[in-house]
Design a protein around this ligand. Structure first.
Ligand code: GRF
Length: 200
């Protein structure tokens, strides 16, 4: 099977997935909308095909997403993985990859969709934070939940220390979820996540 990973920056989740290894799948490409993404260099050094598609070179979001979707579809991926891909996707794009596109978000959704999740959790005085892997739907950070991991929020935490604790969990959770999807352990059925086998 084939996996395409979309990044925008350092790509540490992409690295975790590559390093974990996904039995039965190859990483067909790592694509970034930012040509200077550090993750592209990392992937390239490991012989993974990379592609930089600069969104600034396109007149509109629709146009960029159409080109991006065509490129991806040409690679015939079984799974599209968003790993720190920091651009909102158009509904047209999302619908083209419905049921085969995952994202990881650094909060326990549906709490804190969007940006600055760790700062908001601290300001609200929460004692537990975490991360969520979900199928991507047209509404940002609202797709059906695949898996979650929780971490404590400590009294002395800053957004950065909490982010680091959550990120460690992301690096465990995302490869496990990708592996399970490729193995057919779960799928999106009528808008809900159905497990044939529990996540390891
Ligand atoms: C992660 O916290 C991810 O959940 C969020 O942005 C961060 C990306 O980190 N969407 P990386 O690029 O995977 O290192």
């Amino acid at each position: 099977k084939k996996i395409v990973i979309l990044i925008s920056g350092r790509g540490s989740n992409m690295q975790a997935i590559v390093e974990a290894g996904i039995p039965g799948a190859e990483i067909a490409a790592v694509i970034s909308n930012r040509p200077d993404a550090a993750g592209l260099i990392w992937a390239n050094e490991r012989g993974i095909p990379t592609l930089a598609l600069d969104h600034k070179a396109y007149a509109s979001r629709d146009e960029f997403d159409a080109v991006l979707a065509d490129k991806i579809e040409g690679m015939q991926p079984d799974l599209l993985v968003l790993a720190g891909y920091m651009r909102i996707l158009t509904p047209v794009f999302v619908n083209r990859f419905a049921g085969r596109m995952l994202n990881i978000h650094p909060s326990l959704l549906p709490a804190y969709p969007g940006l600055h999740t760790h700062q908001r959790a601290i300001e609200d005085g929460l004692k537990i934070a975490g991360c969520t892997v979900h199928f991507v739907t047209a509404e940002l950070d609202h797709g059906p939940v695949v898996a979650q991991a929780a971490v404590p929020v400590l009294d002395e935490d800053s957004a950065d220390t909490l982010a680091a604790r959550v990120l460690k969990q992301e690096h465990q959770l995302y490869p496990a979820a990708v592996r399970a999807f490729i193995s057919g352990d779960f799928a999106l059925v009528a808008g809900r996540v159905r497990y044939a086998r529990p996540l390891d």
